[in-house]
Ligand binder design. Structure first.
Ligand code: ADP
Ligand code: MG
Length: 148
C-alpha cells in the first residue's frame, strides 16, 4: 500500500485502443496487448471485429475533410481490427506515449509504432488523443455494460 502525497492526484482514465489491420494481419495482437499490460494499462473491454465502411467513417468523422480520409477508411476496413478499452492512471496520455508518433519513422525507440508500424497510414495502432475523444470513442464501440 502506497500512501499518496497531497500533491498527487490519481487520474484513472479509460481510453480507446485499436489494433489496426496491419497489426492483426501480421499476428501482432498478443505482442501489442502484452506491451499495454506490462506498462500497467488494463484491458477493460476487448472485441475483434471487421468494421463496415459506415462504422469506420463515423469513427474517423473528425478527419472527413482530410486528403487521406478515403485511404484511411478503406485501409481500416481491409481486415478485422481489435478494439479495446484500456484503463489506468492517465491512460489517455500513457497509451499515446506507448504508441509513439503517427509516422513510425518519427516514433521514439521502443514505441509500438516504431517497433511495428509500416508507414504513416499503416501504423498498427489507434489511440484516443484526449479525454473527450476517449469518452466518445469508447462509447462508439462499447456499451457501458461491456466495460469491466
Ligand atoms: P493519430 O492516429 O496519431 O492520432 P491522426 O489522428 O492525425 O493520427 O490520423 C489518424 C490516422 O490517419 C493515422 O493514425 C493514420 O493511420 C492516418 N493518417 C494520418 N496522416 C496520414 C497521411 N498523411 N497519409 C495517410 N494516412 C494518414
Ligand atoms: Mg488521432
Amino acid at each position: 500500500m502506497r500512501y499518496l502525497h497531497q500533491s498527487e492526484t490519481l487520474m484513472i482514465q479509460t481510453t480507446l485502443s485499436i489494433i489496426k489491420p496491419d497489426g492483426t494481419q501480421r499476428n501482432l495482437i498478443g505482442k501489442i496487448v502484452a506491451r499495454f499490460e506490462e506498462e500497467g494499462l488494463e484491458v477493460a473491454a476487448m472485441q475483434m471485429r471487421h468494421l463496415s465502411r459506415r462504422e469506420a467513417e463515423g469513427f474517423y468523422a473528425e478527419h472527413k475533410a482530410r486528403s487521406f480520409f478515403d485511404e484511411l477508411v478503406t485501409y481500416m476496413i481491409s481486415a478485422p481490427v481489435v478494439v479495446m478499452a484500456l484503463r489506468g492512471e492517465n491512460a489517455v496520455d500513457h497509451n499515446r506515449q506507448l504508441m509513439g508518433a503517427t509516422n513510425p519513422k518519427e516514433a521514439a525507440e521502443g514505441t509500438i509504432r516504431k517497433l511495428f508500424g509500416q508507414d504513416i497510414g499503416m501504423n498498427t495502432v489507434h489511440g484516443s488523443d484526449s479525454p473527450a475523444a476517449a469518452e466518445r470513442e469508447v462509447g462508439y464501440f462499447f456499451p457501458k455494460t461491456a466495460i469491466f
